[in-house]
Design a protein around this ligand. Structure first.
Ligand code: AMP
Ligand code: ZN
Length: 469
């Protein structure tokens, strides 16, 4: 079996990877901040982590994954204050949407989804340890800060230059830039608005709440132990979030916090990072409305290596919708076939090899998917020739199932078809309205866009009928 290798942000190199105990990979993934439904940029990162856990299992390891839900932070408190709600009233419905959206994209269940607010005692204990170790202090503002000058390894992950490290100066907000590499808040003294929305707890330093970075360190170590095998997230988390997670955890335990750090690149929209701030976000609700299946999104995301930027432009998803239709047709055909050929069996062996080689080489999904489409082409040809080898057919089915167990590209026909039918019906309504107001140009444009999606319509006395090619 080929060696499993991953790019480790700590060393900036692709390195051999194996879990410390040789059996179970302890994986921590920074999850969503639940104040708004996650956008497709967030989901690109969660899909990369889904691919990672499936590839690790393909290698024969078990995976124990934690994905935290950040349900208390600056942004959530701001939202709760604006809406006159408690933080739980803001976060609860968003957690439900997160899991629905995640299932739509066929992202497997992680083993644990801890909420930050359920781990306050662990967070307080961690801060106490840091104070006892002399690397944290309570400042005049009542908040507790991490003293980066007392932790010589500070800046190692993000390769901060010592000139950029300003020890003694303090930064209170959760997210800050490299130019502000200062002592950061572990525990923030409660303000009236924190109390008002239920975001304050008792602590040895008075009422307050945890900083964002502290949440992840406490939950990761509470559930997975002091040294993780793998820690993953989006590339924007390298600094300050992961740098600070390392500082807090290692200064408390004296042990390495994670053996390997993996970061996925951004999803862009027309060239700009997809982000709430930029105002260019799309989410799963938009996909559903446009009849784009989770399978098609998976194809789109896995077509680019996770360490390269991926641009979602105009028609980008349409090619993926077509591609997964091809996979679905093939799956159907393979199910119904009566026998295979020697060449079919050879193609299956080749596919298994190529997929393992590609995925174990720093999760090279684009190469693995290319191998799958080569296989489909070759196998279709063999099935045309109508062989009768039952063993060959069995082998083809087994390897195809294994590969689709990683990518999950066979669309669930019911979900995809229902969403598509809804979209077509809405288009027909719009067309009817356009005709009623004698806007025939608009009506024709709708007919044309339906035709481009393979929908043929027929106007009859009983109304408009349609069928998909
Ligand atoms: P947040 O909910 O903001 O804490 O982000 C959750 C995850 O999504 C983090 O791992 C981020 O790095 C990641 N993320 C945010 N924006 C993007 C983007 N445009 N492309 C890829 N990942 C992103
Ligand atoms: Zn985190």
């Amino acid at each position: 079996m080929p060696e499993f290798r991953l790019y480790n942000t700590l060393s900036r190199a692709v390195e051999p990877f194996a879990p410390a105990d040789g059996e179970t990979v302890r994986l921590y993934t920074c999850g969503p901040t639940v104040y708004n439904p996650a956008h497709l940029g967030n989901f690109r990162t969660f899909l990369f982590e889904d691919l990672m856990r499936r590839a690790l299992r393909l290698r024969g390891w078990k995976v124990e994954q934690v994905m935290n839900l950040t349900d208390v932070d600056d942004k959530i408190i701001k939202r709760a204050t604006e809406q006159g709600k408690t933080i739980i009233e803001v976060t609860d419905p968003i957690v439900t949407i997160f899991h629905e959206d995640r299932k739509y994209l066929r992202i497997e269940d992680a083993e644990h989804y801890p909420r930050a607010t359920a781990y306050i005692p662990e967070m307080i204990a961690l801060v106490e340890k840091l104070i006892a170790n002399g690397v944290a202090y309570q400042a005049e503002d009542g908040s507790v800060y991490f003293a980066i000058g007392k932790f010589p390894m500070y800046g190692r992950l993000s390769r901060l230059d010592t000139r950029e490290i300003q020890s003694g100066a303090r930064v209170a907000q959760d997210d800050y830039s490299k130019e502000n590499a200062q002592d950061f808040a572990l525990w923030k003294a409660a303000k009236p608005e924190d109390e008002a929305c239920g975001a304050a707890w008792d602590s040895p330093w008075g009422r307050g709440r945890p900083g964002w970075h502290l949440e992840c360190s406490a939950m990761a170590m509470a559930i997975l132990g002091e040294t993780l095998d793998l820690h993953a997230g989006g590339i924007d988390l390298v600094f300050p979030h992961h740098e600070d997670e390392i500082a807090q955890s290692e200064a408390a335990t004296g042990k390495p916090f994670a053996r390997c750090w993996c970061h996925g690149e951004f999803l862009l929209t027309d060239g700009a990072k997809m982000a709430k701030r930029v105002g260019n976000v799309q989410n799963v609700a938009d996909l559903r409305a446009n009849g784009v299946s989770g399978a098609a999104v998976r194809h789109f995301v896995f077509s680019t290596h996770y360490r390269k930027q991926l641009n979602l432009a105009g028609e980008a998803l349409e090619g993926s919708m077509e591609a997964v239709r091809r996979v679905a047709d093939f799956a159907e055909r393979l199910k119904e076939a009566k026998g295979g050929t020697r060449a079919l069996e050879d193609a299956a062996d080749l596919l298994e090899n190529q997929v393992r080689t590609a995925l174990f080489d720093d999760l090279n999904a684009p190469n693995a998917m290319a191998a799958l489409f080569d296989f489909i082409r070759a196998a279709n040809k063999e099935l045309d020739s109508g062989g009768s080898d039952a063993g060959a057919l069995r082998r083809a089915r087994e390897v195809f199932a294994m590969v689709d167990g990683v990518f999950e590209l066979v669309p669930d026909r019911r979900t995809a078809d229902a969403a598509f039918a809804e979209w077509v019906e809405r288009q027909l309504e719009d067309r009817k309205a356009a005709r009623a107001r004698r806007d025939f140009a608009a009506a024709d444009a709708i007919r044309k866009s339906l035709e481009e999606k393979g929908v043929v319509i027929e106007d009859t006395a009983a109304g408009t009928k349609w069928k998909a090619r």
